[in-house]
Write a protein that binds this ligand. Structure first.
Ligand SMILES: [Zn+2]
Length: 697
């Protein structure tokens, strides 16, 4: 049995596209076990003293061996996320711990580190291509940050810190979830539900009935909490939920769910970890693999943005207060009124129906519009192609040069299914690389072209028209999501880098990786594009300008206030991990208050315990990295600004430079060098402010 499954196992066939037509869950265990064993044997062989540390004898064969494992496992991960039936889930779960263990071993293998380090110190290093030097540098850097260069007597302590931090992060999110679950408010009087949409009422009714109770049950989970804060006319109900939400996992509730001591401990350990590695703060460690160069640089960036956004945020808040007083009879707008008043003001100023907008974004038209944007900007042709897929709804396309040369291919899986993971994402089936001619007799190298998966969860076509299925229609948000994921896809597909380790999105700094995706979103707001990508599902009419103007105004509604909030979180995160002393007298809340005095226009009540719920930085990998959201937005807006400056969203020269200097370069060059090469200067925040309606004339 096992031999058969190894003999003709589609997961072990690397000659072309994944063989989704013959692949079954039974193939997973034999194939992945074999590849893991092969990789371990390869690591053993390559780390022996007999092997010279050079690109050709060490780094290249290691990358080749690891590529097979990551491609085969990538197919399993992909099928598990788009076809999560029990047999696939079992196959995936059976091998996941094995694969994770393997990668953890590799990350701690000091013999691998020693080989990379000798390459970096060898004479060969200077003669390596820039992409190859980058790969070696990244490997050495990552091993160092994982403690590989610590003196032997410090390593156990470093390891113990890493383990305790992992436990503390897990406990932090568990506490938050438990505290979120611990609260419920059951409303007995229907009059208190005034203003709430029907679906929110219905859900609350069912939640109460499920527990055999009368009335309507509200919780702190988003689908229950948000509609109350946004729509409930009852100020008492809004205030009760707001207070419960804002005080989760703090000293007001069960002591075992209080995150306060965990925060101190996490900050202490992160600081100790940074000191062991020879850095002044955890923020410095966090920035090493990122595009941002130093803590002061990021602080300046955030403060500059705050100063520029402030007048707009002040205007936003003054508008809200005035509207609350004059139209809603709310004399003093409190924290629990903000979402409610915002919603009412939005309706009063810019009311339009999402449903109406959706009628214009018909699937074929949207795809044609998207493809046109890509073809015009980057000089490629997109054509339907054929391949075995995992579902009949999935489509497959190829990207070619104007002379018909294959650039890359991608699967497009648009519709939601019960067996599909939620959200939208881009993933890779195969990366671009140059394969060296196997022998001297073979004259030319071959290029392995990239292949991507683009996955969304949009609604499938419903109903019929003239005896044919009515086309699917998308909301504008869905269209933006499609453009966003396609941007990640373009980064992967349009790369020209020959080395897998820094081709496409590989090796791109985490605070720069959203540049191409957010860049593409701009085209969903470009009036010159919209008529070409919209056609009303019944009349065929393009999107009317008046409707577009309302959409644009709503997009920028309260943008100053929202921007300052993101800056407040970012500054708090960065200062917590740089100049805050977790063993000192000042509390985390003191620091937050100081940050708010500097940048906030709304100061929440004194009992608000925001830090105790800040999952991103204490349990989500964003520690000293929350600023990345704004950072990447500035980069992408500034890049789009180059097209605006050229007076044409499709300016061919600018498009070519964006392709040459950013998209095609991938991680083979530092992101800041890519940016400077494209823009001719350092990033500036003006374009983002302009796109957000904060025009500084
Ligand atoms: Zn993204």
């Amino acid at each position: 049995m096992t031999t058969d499954l190894l003999h003709d196992n589609p997961l072990l066939d690397f000659s072309g596209l994944p063989r989704f037509d013959t692949l079954t869950p039974e193939h997973v265990q034999p194939a992945i076990s074999k590849l893991l064993a092969d990789c371990r044997a390869l690591v053993d062989r390559l780390t022996s003293d007999q092997v010279t540390a050079s690109w050709a004898t060490f780094a290249a064969p290691l990358a080749d061996g690891f590529e097979e494992l990551s491609r085969a496992w990538g197919v399993v991960v992909h099928v598990h996320s788009v076809n999560d039936i029990p047999a696939w889930r079992d196959a995936y779960n059976q091998m996941l711990p094995e694969v994770s263990r393997f990668y953890a071993e590799v990350g701690q293998n000091l013999k691998l580190f020693a080989k990379y380090k000798s390459i970096s110190e060898s004479e060969e290093y200077a003669s390596l291509s820039e992409p190859r030097r980058r790969i070696v540098d990244h490997e050495v850097r990552d091993f160092r940050l994982a403690g590989a260069e610590l003196p032997e007597d410090r390593k156990p302590r470093f390891q113990a810190i890493a383990e305790e931090l992992a436990q503390l992060s897990a406990k932090f999110s568990e506490n938050l979830l438990d505290a979120t679950n611990a609260f419920a408010e059951v409303v007995a009087d229907e009059a208190e539900l005034q203003g709430l949409p029907d679906d929110a009422r219905q859900a609350a009714r069912e939640a109460a009935a499920k527990e055999g109770k009368d009335g309507w049950k509200f919780t702190l989970h988003m689908p229950s909490y948000l509609p109350v804060l946004q729509y409930a006319d009852s100020r008492r109900l809004r205030a009760a939920l707001y207070r419960a939400y804002a005080t989760r996992a703090a000293e007001f509730g069960a002591p075992e769910m209080d995150n306060t001591p965990l925060i101190r401990r996490i900050l202490e350990l992160r600081r100790e970890q940074a000191e062991l590695l020879g850095y002044a703060s955890f923020a410095e460690v966090s920035l090493v693999p990122k595009m941002a160069e130093s803590v002061p640089q990021v602080l300046d960036f955030l403060r500059d943005l705050a100063v520029k956004a402030r007048p707009f945020a002040e205007r936003d808040i003054a508008d809200l207060r005035a509207f609350a007083r004059e139209e809603l009879g709310i004399e003093e707008m409190e924290a629990w009124d903000v979402a409610y008043v915002s919603e009412k003001l939005l309706q009063a100023r810019y009311a339009f129906s999402e449903q109406e907008v959706k009628q214009y974004f018909t699937e074929d038209r949207v795809l044609a519009g998207l493809f046109k944007v890509i073809e015009t900007l980057f000089g490629v042709c997109l054509k339907p192609d054929s391949a075995a897929t995992w579902h009949e709804d999935v489509r497959f396309f190829r990207m070619e040069t104007p002379t018909g040369e294959l650039v890359g291919q991608f699967y497009l899986d648009l519709y939601a299914r019960e067996t599909k993971r939620s959200g939208a994402w881009m993933d890779e089936a195969r990366g671009r690389r140059r394969r060296r001619a196997a022998s001297l007799a073979a004259e030319t190298d071959t290029i392995q072209t990239p292949i991507a998966y683009l996955n969304c969860n949009f609604s499938r076509p419903v109903g019929e028209r003239d005896g044919k299925p009515r086309p699917a229609t998308f909301t504008h948000d869905e269209v933006i999501t499609l453009f966003h994921e396609t941007g990640h896809g373009l980064h992967h597909l349009l790369t020209r880098v020959d080395e897998l380790g820094v081709a496409g999105i590989h090796g791109v700094e985490w605070d720069a990786v959203e540049l191409p995706s957010q860049f593409m979103e701009n085209y969903c707001w470009e009036w010159s594009v919209l008529p070409g990508m919209t056609a009303h599902v019944d009349t065929g009419e393009p999107l009317p300008r008046a409707l577009f103007d309302k959409m644009l105004a709503a997009k920028n509604f309260l943008s100053g206030m929202h921007m300052l909030r993101q800056i407040e979180f970012s500054l708090f995160d960065l200062r917590l991990h740089s100049d805050f002393d977790p063993t000192g007298d000042r509390s985390v809340l003191d620091l937050l208050a100081e940050v708010r005095r500097e940048v906030a226009v709304i100061v929440p009540p004194a009992w608000h315990r925001f830090p105790n719920t800040f999952l991103h930085i204490f349990a989500g990998g964003y520690g000293a990295g929350y600023y990345s959201y704004k950072w990447a937005e500035v980069l992408s807006a500034d890049c789009y600004g180059a097209f605006e400056a050229a007076g044409n969203a499709f300016d061919p020269l600018t498009g070519k430079r964006f392709l040459d200097e950013i998209l095609s370069v991938g991680g083979s060059r530092p992101a800041i060098d890519n940016f400077r090469a494209f823009r001719g200067r350092d990033p500036q925040v003006d374009a983002l402010l302009r796109h957000s309606g904060m025009i500084t004339a």
